[in-house]
Write a protein of this length. Sequence first.
Length: 216
Amino acid sequence: MATLLHLDSSLFPTSASASRAVTEAFRRTWEEQHPQGTVNYRDLSADPVPHLELLAASAAFSEPATHTPEQAAAFAERLKLVEELEQADAVLIGAPMYNLTIPSTLKAWLDQVVLMGRTAGPESTVKGLPVTVVASRGGSYAPGTPREGLEYVQNYLQAVLGDLLGAEVHFIVPELTMAAVNPAMADLVPLAEASREQALVSAAEKAKLLAARLAA
């Protein structure tokens, strides 16, 4: 039985969040296709993990026998997140674009689980782990658009998840999500609706394929 680690980081509820709506579609299909599987869910907005601090960071570069009680406690909390990632057979991440990059709550989670010599590096314990990222954004930062050079979500997450951790990263990108509420983007509403529908379809398709692959 496969385990899906599902992370959401949007500030908004599903009814008002493009990323949550798409991760929900993915998860719903996953559960339909893999009813015996397990889903571990973290809402990083409602229940954020702590930012990486000196005690937990320094403990990673010293022998456990030398840790102070404070270091040991801080590192133990970090290891819980690392082990949760390592125990997953697939990961689903909702990553809306806020101020050109990912939410700080998602960055905090990444800082905790990127552990050099364990999850990060040539012998990564999560190498090959399939990760699906729903990277929603209010405008468009696709190749050929005026804001192409400001795309710091997919580029960053590919570098961290794909290059550092060695994960197999796939992106679903619902874009132009602000078109419905921004009068200046009114002409883009049809494109926004099409992008949303395609994202929902892609989420269901990817979940179905991944569930079948892991069940084989």
